[in-house]
Design a protein around this ligand. Structure first.
Ligand SMILES: [Zn+2]
Length: 351
């Protein structure tokens, strides 16, 4: 576990065991929460790498979370229902929406049966390039290559670099370094680097993508379930803020059209790839609103408040993070206190 995660765990534990969050809950809890999930995988199949592992929770943790939110009196609702409640300012009961990003096969295999068991609604935001094997899941490619190789050679900033990746510690260290090096790069350059790595280390980017994707057949089955909402998550899963306006529009429209064609649905809820400030901001919020979507979600970490009815294209979410798979952390995050305090601190420091 990293020092940062350890400090976060300690702070959360102090908030929880001192019961301090209960005193602040009324101020911070808002009217509901949209939860973000990515992979739902058995602990034995989990990634050995920290950055990718934070995107994975176990089926048991998902099930316990559903049980806890029901016990706390939340109503688990669809995005359509949440949208109506925001428009009507109808907040007698706090709501929860479960959203799963990207369209991975494990959602179908491990999460769908649990949602069915509890008869609760959920949303899958689909990146159609993942379904069709054309998306470049560079973080997964990087993981695969580093796990397989004892040494990685790469040209970085015009210099030939060589990284030792024998031990798991070395693999983790190199993965972290290269992850952020690639994440912060311009898109074209990022793809050039990952294509070169894939060729050198004999990895099929398409095969890797298809292996973790839900097929159109599976998506059809989900689309026919009254519990599932299928949302638009672009064609190629690119950071939209790095693209020209015409490409941003295409990424959203082509994905929505493909989902409508294959599944006979209106995929009118949108989710920004990555969803952080560097990937989606005012320009993208306006474009998505103009394209006629009903709502759009980010990965800004906040609960939903009544005033979000006027910010439907920049809705925040709370992640169910693989490093925080304890029900006390879920309880705390639902209270809105940790994320609310963090926001207040950031605002204070900016003044
Ligand atoms: Zn995504």
């Amino acid at each position: 576990m990293s020092t940062k995660t350890l400090i976060a765990h300690t702070l959360l534990d102090v908030l929880y065991y001192s019961n301090a969050y209960r005193l602040l809950e009324d101020k911070y809890q808002g009217v509901g929460v949209i939860l973000t999930l990515h992979h739902v995988v058995k602990a034995s199949d989990s990634s050995p790498f920290r950055i990718n592992r934070l995107l994975e929770i176990t089926p048991e943790f998902l099930e316990q979370t559903i049980q806890q939110v029901i016990a706390l009196g939340y109503e688990i609702v669809s995005l359509d229902e949440m949208h109506q409640r925001l428009l009507n300012q109808q907040f007698e009961h706090r709501f929860i929406c479960f959203t799963l990003d990207d369209g991975y096969i494990d959602n179908y295999q491990n999460a769908f049966p649990i949602f069915k068991k509890y008869n609760v609604p959920f949303t899958i935001y689909v990146t159609t390039g993942i379904t069709e094997g054309t998306a470049i899941l560079w973080w997964r490619c990087l993981e695969k290559i580093i796990l397989k190789e004892n040494q990685i050679e790469l040209e970085m900033n015009g210099k030939d670099e060589c990284f030792e990746t024998k031990s798991l510690t070395q693999k983790q260290g190199v993965f972290n370094q290269l992850y952020w090096y690639l994440r912060n790069m311009a898109l074209k350059q990022q793809h050039t680097v990952i294509f070169a790595l894939a060729e050198k280390y004999h990895l099929s980017i398409e095969e890797l993508c298809l292996n973790c994707a839900m097929s159109w057949e599976m998506l059809k089955e989900l689309a026919q379930s009254p519990l599932a909402t299928i949302g638009t998550h672009t064609v190629n899963h690119l950071a939209l803020a790095k693209l020209p306006i015409a490409d941003v529009k295409n990424e959203a429209i082509l994905c929505r059209d493909k989902l409508s064609q294959h599944l006979q649905i209106d995929a009118n809820h949108f989710c920004y790839p990555y969803g952080d400030e560097a990937s989606a901001s005012n320009r993208e919020f306006n474009i998505i609103e103009d394209l006629g979507f009903k709502t759009a979600t980010t990965t800004r970490k906040q609960v939903i408040r009544a005033e979000h009815s006027k910010q439907l294209f920049e809705l925040p979410r709370i992640p169910l993070n693989g490093h925080y798979q304890q029900q006390r952390y879920v309880r705390l995050l639902l209270s809105g206190v940790p994320t609310g305090l963090w926001e207040s601190t950031k605002r204070f420091l900016k003044r």
